[in-house]
Each structure stands twice: as structure tokens, then as C-alpha cells.
Design a protein around this ligand. Structure first.
Ligand code: MN
Length: 739
């Protein structure tokens, strides 16, 4: 498999026509395969005849460009044929049946997969975007070639994005950066990931892009001199100490990765040091460690920067040793050490595993099962999300899933598990087993008990502590990051809600029937009942209970249908409360569906403990059974989790100015004497009472104060927060969601 060095891209630009394509790929594909590709080209060119791209070029240049990208990846001929045909069904008269007739069922299915994704692509709403990507991932699960064609399609479109109207450029670039570049990364196709990132960067932040590109090119000569120096030095040292055969390469990192470093550290280009990466390619794993030893004896390694991806390969199967050292002239340089074979996988990812069948015109066994298993995360992604209805939810999850692993932790048995940055013991527990996740109460990390919100650190050994009585809670959604954990928790919460609604619905119905002197159970069978279920769109009696519990069907309605002639009273419970409110309102104010929140005296109105709304905050009401209306801040995360049908518009009563409301303010400051006194003076100057204060100091000599204070309204709160911010020594003032 030592062909990585001969695997440089074939195309630096889109081929002019089919002949140019053929010329460059003829060493890699058989004459029969190239004949098939030519047939497809002619078919596609005819179908797209007369169509032009925004650039003014004939449309066929696009599928040709896409195919050239796929040929660069040396993918199988079926994928290349799909590349040439990928827009025919969507944009021309050609049907899937035509494709099957000419090119067979395999290509038909591939083109179908690509078309399905594309058809949705240009609908604008956020909702649709998530949905598209969901479908895309589901399609990927079936045949990864679909996604490879889609990636090549996107790459070619990004290369020609300058022809798009300005308004579309940033949307497409953002989508590329959020989804396509990480997807290429997860498939291990680094060259594609890097190009997609740099292109997106150019359209999203043109000013910063061009400024950085200019700075990088200004220092190019100087950089190249330095790179040559390091390569020479390193080559000499390895030769002096070892017999191995090896190659050393050096290059500056790509612009977007430098930009990310600048942003993460809040520094300028001049202050980003490790912008150069060197690579040593050797023949065996043992030699990798040998070279590492030489590098570390030559230059001082920076602690914490050594990563052994040979012992612990990344999810995309990337293997390599990484270390950052203080090189000549005290510059930080990154050195990657790997074998030829690892390098092939590192550059080409899933495409490195492609198998060819020279004999067959179009091999279907393009990749073996064992290799696909290595990309198991793809399947997992699909299975977690198949049941996700909410596209936004899906989009958020997928973004986290596509982020490359940042943290490696150990199970008590020494197995390695990988997580995105910010993962907690909950993520860890669900990664091992759903049962473990559902019952986790805490974790023991390196022998010490930590709370659920603890953020896992590289190298932690994690042991889950469970309790039979523990149940997943909605609050966990805020502290876990993996989509596996999130989808399991959501599923549990939803089934709990359903269970509770079922019980409540049953109880309500039984009670209502009892009042009529009837037994509910007696009426739950027979053709009349079946007919009723059908009318209501309920599959079975449990479904009916659930819907009554949710307030979508009233007990009164059920009584009237099942006990003709009887009349039940409206129950003031659940959603019926909303109706009661609305009708009361209609009586007094005529047409308005807005409830005015008066203050604490009104027994039917409570303020949510999770977000502590105060007068002036945008608010929303939630109708809770038997407890009236709970008022939340409109941006409270909890409201997203609630049954949307039970949310109701509410607004503050402006006339009512009396009661003070408690809010929680967090002040971060330098730990200097006298500051607490200054803060309390600010509060009293604004007539704000402090109910409670907690103060702690951090290792970095900062003080964090949490104040519970009572304020009249949002205006008073804003005033006092602004005044606090002006106090010397205070770093930040925020209002907290919960106490
Ligand atoms: Mn296309």
C-alpha cells in the first residue's frame, strides 16, 4: 500500500473536456471503465445541453469538475459515473428510469441518493437545513459513495462560489464550514477538509482572510528558509543516529487553522507561533517511536502537546504521533511522525481504503465490510437520529458529532473512550451503556468523586456511580454534549411525559364517567367505541388516555360521544384552563388572547424558578395542571422542552409596580480589598436589596460573587448592572438563569 507519494492530486483545475479527464485518469481505470465514463459524459452533456452556469460556462463543466475531484480520490468508476450524472435527474428531463436503463441499478440508486439531498438544498429556512442534513446522513448510512459525490459537488461549488450572488455566498459558506468540512474530516479526507475550510473562511470573513493571506505570503520566503533549515537538520540527525529510510516534509498550516488559533487565543498572526508542521514518514511503527526519541533529544518538547494516535487512533482512523517542540530560533514547531500507510489514510481517509476490481466494468464491492466497520460512527449517527423529528435538534447534535474528538479518557478496565471537548460523566455513561446513563448519580474520576457536571479531562479514568432510583432529567440536556446521551435522555423524558399523561387521562376519564354514574371500562369496547377511536384518530385506548391527558381531547367530549344524551361539566384542568382563561378574558376585554400578569397576589400565576422573570422581561406562560400559569422568560431554555400547545401569550401589567422580584446576579472581579463594599454601595444607591450573597475566590486571584437581589423591573436591573460594570476591578456582570 505504499503509494501515498504517487497519490498527489491529478487535477489542479477543472479539465477542459472529457479528453483531458481521460488522459489523466487512464493509468488508474481500465479501458472498459473509461468507455463507461465516456458514455455517461455524453449522456450528461446532451441532457444539460443549452444550460449555462452563472459563470457563463456550459453546465457540463460542473459535473466534469465534480468527477475530476472524485478521480483525485481514486474512487471506483461507479462513483465517477455518478459524479458526471449527479445533476441530470434534478435539473434536466432525464428520469431515474432512464439512468437505470443506460447505467444499471447501482448507478440509479447512487444518483437517486444525490438527487434527494440536492432537491432540498436550496430551501432557505433553518428548519429545512437540518432536515436536509439529516436525510443526507441517512443516505450516507446506506452507501457512503453518495456522500462522497455530495462532498465533491460542494467542493466544486465552493471553488466557483465567486459567481454566486453575494447574499447566497455567506449562507453556503457557513453551511460548508458547519457540516461539509467536518464531514470530510470525519471521513478522513484532509485535503478536502482543508480546502473547504479555507474557501469558507474566504467568503465568511473576507477582510480577515485577505489580511492573513497577505501576512502569510509576506513571510513566505523567510518561512521557506526556516522550513528548509529544519528539514536539513532533522534529516542529518536521523541519519546520524539510525539506519532507517525516511522522508521529511515541512509546510505552513492552512489559513483557517491559523485563524482559529488567533481567535482561540485572542492574538495576532505575529503571536501565533506553531504555524509550521513537519512530517516524518517512516516504514514501521517501531521506527515512528525511534524518530520521536530523536526529535525529543534534539529539541525540547512542550509538555502536554505529545499525542499518540498510533496507540489510540482517532474515530476517522487517523494514526500518527504528534509532538510540539521548541525548534531552532526558539520557534514552536509541530512534528508528525507516521508510516507510509498511516500517511495514506491521513491524507485520503476513507478513499484510501478503496478497492478496485479491474476485471469488472463496475465493481459493486467497492469497499470491504471490515473497512466500513471502522467508519462505524456513520452508522451510529444514523441510528441515533433516525427518530429525531426536530430538525433543529438534529442539526445541533450533528454539529457536535462532527467535531473532532478532543478528549481521551479511560474506563476502569483501561479501555480508551473518546469525546468532544466539554463532555461530562453523563456522556461517558451513555457511551458505555444506556442503563448506566439512565441511572448515573455521580462519577469517580481518578479515584475522586465528581458531580455530573464535571468536565472530563484528557487522561481521566472514569468510573460511573449509579443508583437504582436515579432517572434521567431534562436538566441533564444542558450538561451533556454527545448526541447519544442527548437523544437517550430526550427519549426517556418523552416516554415519561407520555406515561404521566396516560395516567392523568385515564384518571380524568374515570372521574368524569363516575360523576355520570357510569363505569368507564364498560364503554371501552364494542363497535361504537371503535368507531369513536377512529374518528378521533386514536390507534387504541391508551392513545385516547394520552390525548385526554395532554388536553387534546376533553373528557366532556368523550362523555358526550360515548354516553349520548349526557352532558358533562368542563373540568378546570390541564389545557382546559387555557380555554377558561380565554373565555373569561373574552367576557371582560373582548378579543384578546393575552393574559396580563398582575403580580404575586394572583394565585393562578407563578413565576418559574428556573429563569426568574422580572417585569419588563419578554415572557411566556405555561399552563400547568392544577397550578395555574407558570410564567417563564421567553428565552428560557425550559420552554423549548415543553408541550408547545400549552404555552400561552402573557404580558406584564404595566400599571402594577409594587412587588420586588428576586434575581440572581453574578459578578466576576479581581480579588482586591474593598471591592465588596463598593458593590454593596452600588446596590443600595439604586435602592436594591441584597437577600443573599455567596463569594468565592479562584486560583487566578479572581472573586466570583453571586447576589440574590430584589428588583422592581428590568429597567432597575439594567441600571444597577451597568453601574456595577463601571466599578474598577470588576471584570464582568451577568444575570444568571437560575439561583
Ligand atoms: Mn451539482
Amino acid at each position: 500500500m505504499v503509494e501515498s507519494l504517487s497519490r498527489a492530486p491529478l487535477f489542479s483545475k477543472t479539465p477542459e473536456g472529457f479528453d483531458e479527464l481521460e488522459e489523466k485518469i487512464k493509468d488508474y481505470y481500465s479501458p472498459a471503465q473509461i468507455d463507461l465514463l465516456r458514455e455517461a459524459y455524453e449522456f450528461s452533456a446532451k441532457a444539460h445541453e443549452g444550460q449555462i452556469r452563472r459563470s457563463g460556462e456550459p453546465y457540463i463543466t460542473h459535473p466534469l469538475g465534480v468527477t475530476a475531484i472524485l478521480a483525485d480520490l481514486r474512487l471506483d468508476i461507479a462513483t465517477l459515473v455518478t459524479g458526471i450524472l449527479h445533476d441530470t435527474v434534478e435539473d434536466t428531463e432525464v428520469t431515474l428510469e432512464d439512468i437505470e436503463e443506460h447505467f444499471g441499478p447501482v448507478i440509479r440508486d447512487l444518483v437517486d441518493g444525490v438527487t434527494k439531498i440536492s432537491q432540498m438544498q436550496f430551501r432557505h429556512t433553518h428548519e429545512k437545513q437540518g432536515e436536509n442534513i439529516r436525510k443526507m446522513i441517512v443516505a450516507t448510512g446506506k452507501d457512503v459513495r453518495v456522500i462522497l459525490v455530495k462532498l465533491a459537488d460542494r467542493l466544486h461549488n465552493m471553488r466557483t462560489l465567486n459567481h454566486m450572488p453575494y447574499s447566497k455566498q455567506s449562507r453556503i459558506a457557513q453551511e460548508t464550514l458547519d457540516i461539509y468540512a467536518p464531514l470530510a474530516g470525519r471521513l478522513g479526507i484532509m485535503s478536502m477538509k482543508v480546502e473547504l475550510e479555507d474557501l469558507s473562511f474566504r467568503y465568511l470573513h473576507p477582510d480577515q482572510y485577505y489580511e492573513l493571506a497577505q501576512k502569510v505570503s509576506q513571510r513566505k520566503q523567510e518561512r521557506q528558509k526556516y522550513i528548509d533549515e529544519v528539514i536539513e537538520l532533522l534529516t542529518k540527525e536521523i541519519q546520524a543516529r539510525s539506519q532507517i529510510s525516511f522522508k521529511v516534509y515541512g509546510r505552513p498550516k492552512h489559513l483557517y487553522s491559523i485563524f482559529k488559533k488567533m481567535q482561540a487565543r485572542g492574538v495576532d498572526y505575529e503571536q501565533v507561533y506553531d504555524v509550521l508542521a513537519f512530517r516524518v514518514i517512516v516504514q514501521s511503527v517501531a521506527e515512528c517511536y525511534e524518530v520521536l526519541g530523536i526529535v525529543h533529544s534534539l529539541w525540547k518538547p512542550i509538555p502536554g502537546r505529545f499525542k499518540d494516535f498510533i496507540a489510540m487512533p482517532k474515530t476517522n482512523n487517523y494514526q500518527s504521533l504528534h509532538t510540539t517542540v521548541i525548534g531552532p530560533k526558539a520557534e514552536r514547531i509541530e512534528v508528525q511522525i507516521r508510516t507510509e500507510e498511516m500517511n495514506l489514510v491521513a491524507e485520503w481517509g476513507i478513499a484510501a481504503h478503496w478497492k478496485y476490481k479491474e476485471s469488472s466494468r463496475m465493481g459493486n464491492d467497492y469497499i470491504d465490510e471490515a473497512t466500513l466497520k471502522k467508519f462505524n460512527w456513520l452508522r451510529e449517527l444514523v441510528s441515533f437520529h433516525q427518530n429525531t423529528r426536530n430538525s433543529d435538534e438534529f442539526l445541533e447534535n450533528i454539529k457536535t458529532d462532527l467535531v473532532e474528538t478532543e478528549i481521551y479518557v479511560f474506563t476502569p478496565k483501561g479501555e480508551v473512550k473518546e469525546f468532544p471537548d466539554g463532555a461530562t460523566p453523563i456522556d461517558f455513561a451513555y457511551a458505555i451503556h444506556t442503563q448506566l446513563g439512565d441511572h448515573i448519580v455521580a462519577a469517580r474520576v481518578n479515584g475522586r468523586i465528581v458531580p455530573l457536571k464535571y468536565k472530563l479531562q484528557n487522561g481521566d479514568t472514569v468510573e460511573v456511580i449509579t443508583s437504582k432510583n436515579q432517572k434521567p432529567s431534562k436538566d441533564w440536556l444542558k450538561i451533556c454534549v454527545t448526541s447519544k446521551a442527548k437523544s437517550k435522555i430526550r427519549a426517556f423524558v418523552k416516554s415519561e411525559q407520555r406515561r404521566r399523561s396516560l395516567e392523568l387521562g385515564k384518571e380524568l376519564l374515570e372521574k368524569t364517567f363516575r360523576k355520570q354514574g357510569e363505569s368507564l371500562q364498560k364503554h371501552l369496547k364494542g363497535p361504537e367505541f371503535e368507531k369513536f377511536l377512529k374518528e378521533e384518530g386514536c390507534a387504541n385506548v391508551n392513545e385516547l388516555y394520552v390525548r385526554v391527558g395532554y388536553g387534546k381531547i376533553t373528557p366532556k367530549h368523550v362523555v358526550e360521544k360515548l354516553l349520548p344524551g349526557k352532558k358533562a361539566e368542563e373540568e378546570l384542568s390541564g389545557s382546559y384552563l387555557a380555554k377558561a382563561f380565554k373565555s373569561a378574558l373574552n367576557r371582560s376585554k373582548k378579543s384578546s388572547s393575552v393574559i396580563t400578569v398582575d403580580g404575586m397576589n394572583d394565585v393562578l400565576v407563578r413565576y418559574a424558578k428556573c429563569c426568574h422573570p422580572i417585569p419588563g422581561d419578554p415572557i411566556v406562560g405555561f399552563i400547568s395542571r392544577g397550578r395555574g400559569i407558570t410564567v417563564h422568560r421567553a428565552d428560557c431554555e425550559k420552554t423549548f422542552e415543553m408541550d408547545q400547545e400549552r404555552l400561552i401569550d402573557v404580558e406584564w401589567n404595566r400599571a402594577n409596580k409594587d412587588s420586588g422580584r428576586i434575581v440572581c446576579i453574578r459578578v466576576v472581579s479581581h480579588d482586591i480589598p474593598g471591592l465588596l463594599k463598593s458593590m454593596t454601595e452600588v446596590f443600595s444607591a439604586h435602592g436594591v436589596n441584597i437577600h443573599n450573597a455567596q463569594i468565592r475566590t479562584t486560583k487566578e486571584r479572581k472573586a466570583i460573587c453571586i447576589f440574590d437581589v430584589s428588583v422592581r423591573d428590568i429597567q432597575q436591573l439594567t441600571e444597577v448592572m451597568t453601574a456595577l460594570e463601571k466599578v474598577k476591578g470588576i471584570i464582568g456582570v451577568t444575570r444568571m438563569l437560575r439561583n
